[in-house]
Design a binder for this molecule. Structure first.
Ligand code: NAD
Length: 507
């Protein structure tokens, strides 16, 4: 059961508690009503998760795998129901909602399957000096992980933490965004139904205060995904108790288009990478740097692509409304600043933003210090800039305080340019593809945060390494004793000379 389904006996009747509505951003209709969980509620949720974490850890990998597989199967069999809920709370097209569910399920499967290989106890080489010892390394669960999530991918994004934390042997207390509490509750409800361990995935709902209470509730690690501003607050609050944090924040992702790139594919990727989900994607394309030789042709192609993108709430729409109404002002402000400072809108413009929707906007000739280039817009906008060569493209792409994802379209130099980009992930001749590859770690640098979800790094992120050195036989030279004589010291000095005293081999 999730906390929303239970009223702890000392918490008072549920009717007396503060509640809030989640709204359909396309219509303003109420989708669901949810409790605002207090600090005391959060503490109780963490206490229940703490009990569950012991049971869960004791099951070990073999005992956990079938339960996680049952949850995976339940999510899959009810994916239509979940997709409809995601559509209602975010406004995104149902097809996009289904895509994020499919990817989340795939990550859950990968994390379950690979957790033993990545985390299980194994022997490691003790080295020559300590060759009488046996050395083992394993990755043990922390206990209880607090997961705080955003609204833009309300299944895929938090599941990047939840699935990996559970597969690593932890219990989780999840605080979904106040814009998508119904999706969070759905995940908690189905986890309880499929895995049958009360408290294993607790869900607490509410606003920033509820998230703040979770950070201070004695969890063993906090995995946060959201804005950089909130990430800083969470890190500051967690520092009081030295609680470790994983911080996944926003981005201002750049795409590079080289002179020998497939321009049709690159233009398609720029339009989809920048405008799908109405641009509300942390790893969405926001800036494009194009080699001067192909700039005009590329811009024409992007204009054609972007002009065909339909915003609306029907089945025909390519993109839905802006989920968080306050973001409309940010998007309008970025377009306004770009145009006021000499930029031109080849598609859209300030009028493309109304009181629910932002339609595609393609901006050119925008100064690099305009907020449309420096700050996360989180709307269906692109800035496109001409560069003399790919060195300038790399330099401009890297001149950002963010460093989450990036994209390169190039015939010959894709991997080389990718490596030079200061970002956590890069897609070459594809866009956002890294997010769908479970074995690749996902996360950023700079203002985009630190730590990794997904892949082996994403599993280890929710564990503490446990190192054990065990004496197998008595050492010829015992170093760790007050009874060590000068003969031992001399022998050690000689040995270290033999082992490490020679410089690099010549010739
Ligand atoms: P947000 O920072 O406003 O909120 C995120 C979560 O934090 C919500 O659940 C919110 O209730 C909670 N919160 C707010 N104040 C808090 C506080 N003081 N203490 C604890 N919790 C608090 O972000 P958002 O608007 O929901 O999400 C959009 C942002 O998320 C964008 O910047 C986007 O780029 C980023 N994002 C990043 C990734 C990634 O993996 N790097 C993925 C998706 C979204």
């Amino acid at each position: 059961m999730t906390t929303t389904d239970t009223t702890p006996s000392d918490a008072g009747p549920i009717a007396e508690r503060e509640r809030f509505d989640s709204l359909d951003p396309a219509t303003g209709a109420v989708v669901g009503t949810h409790p605002v969980h207090s600090a005391a509620d959060v503490d109780r949720a963490v206490a229940r998760a703490r009990i569950a974490s012991d049971t869960w850890a004791d099951l070990d990998f073999d005992g956990r795998a079938p339960k996680l597989a049952a949850w995976k199967a339940l999510i899959t069999s009810r994916a239509d129901e979940l997709a409809e809920l995601v559509r209602a709370e975010t406004g995104k097209p149902t097809g996009d909602a289904m895509l994020e569910i499919v990817l989340a399920v795939d990550h859950l499967a990968w994390a379950t399957k690979h957790a033993p290989k990545v985390l299980k106890r194994r022997s490691v080489n003790p080295g020559l000096l300590m060759s009488n010892m046996g050395a083992t390394l394993e990755y043990l669960p922390f206990g209880v992980i607090g997961v705080i999530g955003p609204w833009n991918y309300p299944v895929f994004t938090p599941m990047g933490s939840i699935a990996y934390a559970l597969a690593a042997g932890n219990a989780v207390v999840f605080k979904p965004s106040e814009h998508t509490p119904g999706v969070g509750e759905w995940l908690g409800r189905t986890a309880a139904e499929a895995m049958g361990i009360p408290g294993l995935l607790e869900v607490v709902t509410g606003f920033g205060e509820t998230g703040g209470a979770l950070v201070q509730a004695g969890v063993d690690k906090v995995a946060f995904t959201g804005s950089t501003a909130t990430g800083k607050k969470i890190m500051a609050a967690a520092s009081e108790t030295l609680t470790p944090v994983l911080i996944e924040c926003g981005g201002k992702d750049a795409m590079l288009v080289d002179a020998d790139a497939d321009l049709d594919a690159a233009a398609d990727a720029a339009a989809w990478g920048g405008m799908s989900n109405a641009g509300q994607t942390c790893v969405g394309v926001e800036r494009v740097y194009v080699h001067t030789d192909v700039y005009d042709e590329f811009v024409d192609k992007v204009v054609a692509e972007a002009s065909a993108v339909e915003a609306g709430s029907g089945d025909q729409a390519d993109i839905g409304p802006i989920t968080m109404p306050s973001q409309l002002e940010v998007i309008r402000g970025h377009i306004h600043d770009a145009l006021a400072r000499g930029g031109r809108a080849l598609v859209g413009g300030e009028d493309a933003v109304d009181d629910r929707y932002a339609r595609p906007t393609v901006l050119v000739d925008v100064p690099e210090d305009s907020v449309a280039v420096t700050d996360e817009t989180f709307g269906p906008t692109l800035t496109i800039a001409r560069v003399r060569d790919m060195d300038e493209a790399v330099e401009k792409a890297n001149a950002s305080r963010y460093g989450l994802g990036s994209t390169v379209y190039s015939g010959e130099r894709g991997p080389e340019l990718a490596r030079r980009l200061r970002s956590g992930m890069t897609a070459v001749n594809s866009v956002i593809s890294f997010a769908g590859i479970p074995s690749l770690p996902f996360g950023g640098v700079g203002d985009s945060g630190f730590g990794r979800i997904h892949g082996p790094d994403g599993l280890r992120e929710f564990t503490r390494p446990k190192a054990v050195a065990r004496q197998r036989m008595k050492a010829p030279l015992t170093l760790t004793t007050f009874h060590r004589g000068s003969g031992t010291d001399k022998a050690v000095k000689k040995l270290i000379g033999l082992l490490h005293g020679r410089g690099p081999r010549k010739g």
